[in-house]
Design a protein around this ligand. Structure first.
Ligand code: IMP
Ligand code: MG
Length: 174
């Protein structure tokens, strides 16, 4: 199986530096809580947060939507909830990729009832045109086509999360 580079490590770094600067200027003077969605967002979270020149707090949620398949099931399970209360906090959800939008839609619903002061989303990748739910995503790194991508946190059957770039699998997955 070959992997074709779709977005290079350098392109990702440049984009996250840009996004980090925007976030820092948008949230200046507010207590920002960045919420990473595990497992996929761990790499975006680490690299993006280092580009946000503000005192930032972190938390993580773990959700599962796909199992080992490459197709969305529409079923979202919270495997790990936030450690802290978010009432009155400025919450920024950090995602690796938004595909159908079902996962994010579910997260936004379950977090907004906890009355955060603000609730917004930053994602590295947005699959253009196939969102099944209308979503407002404040910070988008790259819009991509409908192909299945791996690397930079994104997995196929649990593998390839450690690739430093975003790639597309070509040929039979092995
Ligand atoms: P959604 O609920 O369909 O928006 O899918 C969200 C989750 O599915 C993401 O957070 C990923 O974990 C996973 N996912 C969606 N598309 C891809 C992909 O192309 N490669 C790897 N994982 C993906
Ligand atoms: Mg994810």
């Amino acid at each position: 199986m070959a992997i074709r580079t779709l977005i290079s490590a350098q392109e990702i770094a440049d984009k996250l530096a840009d996004m980090g600067r925007r976030i820092a200027s948008d949230y200046v003077g507010r207590d920002l809580l960045m919420v990473g969605v595990l497992k996929g967002a761990f790499m975006v979270m680490a690299d993006l947060a280092r580009q946000v020149d503000l005192p930032v707090e972190f938390d993580f949620m773990a959700v599962s939507s796909y199992g080992a398949s490459t197709q969305t099931s529409g079923v979202v399970r919270i495997l790990k909830d936030l450690d802290q209360e978010i009432a009155g906090r400025h919450v920024l959800i950090v995602e690796d990729i938004i595909d159908s939008g079902l996962t994010l839609n579910y997260l936004l619903k379950s977090l907004s009832v906890r009355r955060p002061a603000s609730l917004d989303v930053a994602t590295l990748l947005l699959k253009e045109g196939i969102q099944r739910v209308p979503l407002e995503v404040k910070y988008v790194g790259f819009s991509i086509g409908p192909e299945f991508v791996i690397g930079y946190g994104l997995d196929y059957a649990g593998l390839y999360r450690n690739l430093p770039y975003v790639g597309v699998m070509e040929g039979d997955p092995a």
